[in-house]
Design a protein around this ligand. Structure first.
Ligand SMILES: NC(=O)c1ccc[n+]([C@@H]2O[C@H](COP(=O)([O-])OP(=O)(O)OC[C@H]3O[C@@H](n4cnc5c(N)ncnc54)[C@H](OP(=O)(O)O)[C@@H]3O)[C@@H](O)[C@H]2O)c1
Length: 169
């Protein structure tokens, strides 16, 4: 089975993942969804996101994208490109590489992505770090799960799984 490259992100209604630093929502059910998707997986993260997530990794294999060949991550392994991450995950027999951001890494990985696992949060940020633009016609939604707002979730959200439409060879 060929490796599937999946991008997973929480994105505002106007297309942003962050105001600049950190995730701008507190959505326990979405964190649980992320944890379930990432369990035991090979992950690709940017150096900034990896630094923010240190202490979170347990059974994961983080690959950390950095242009600095001297960078030695405290957890995981540095890679210099998405292609290198992909080759390592493939060589390890993985069926999925899960790209966990941030914005720079989503942009670098988007051309190679097969699947987008997006939490669309019902809030507009008005600016910040963008998730790459994409055309829904090329990325049909395969799964949709709506979560209403409640006392633990100030914002309602919808989990949408898109898969890249393939043209016949
Ligand atoms: N809402 C969400 O789902 C979500 C998900 C993840 C992250 N975030 C937020 O996003 C923010 C970080 O995003 P960000 O865009 O500033 O940083 P980032 O993508 O996490 O990391 C940026 C770093 O990654 C390396 N890098 C990026 N592109 C590269 C490439 N093409 N080749 C080699 N190395 C590359 C560079 O490291 P070097 O400088 O070492 O070369 C760069 O400084 C965080 O604050 C985080 O909280 C939100």
């Amino acid at each position: 089975m060929p490796l599937v490259v999946s991008l997973i992100a929480a994105v505002s209604a106007d297309g942003y993942i962050s105001r600049g630093r950190g995730v701008p929502w507190d959505l326990p059910a979405d964190r649980e969804h992320f944890r379930a998707c990432a369990a035991g997986k090979w992950l690709l993260l940017g150096r900034t996101t990896h630094r923010e997530m240190l202490g979170w990794f347990t059974d994961h294999h983080p690959l950390v994208l950095s242009r600095d060949p001297a960078f030695l991550p405290a957890v995981g392994r540095r890679v210099g490109s998405v292609a290198e991450a992909r080759a390592l995950a493939e060589a390890a027999g993985q069926d999925e590489l899960l790209v966990c951001g941030g914005a720079q890494v989503y942009a670098a990985a988007m051309p190679e992505a097969d699947r987008l696992i997006l939490t669309r949060v019902d809030e507009r940020l008005g600016g910040g770090l963008p998730f790459p633009a994409f055309d829904e016609a090329d990325w049909p939604v395969r799964v949709r799960r709506r979560h209403a707002g409640d006392p633990q979730h100030l914002q309602a959200f919808e989990i949408r799984i898109h898969e890249r439409a393939r043209t016949a060879p």
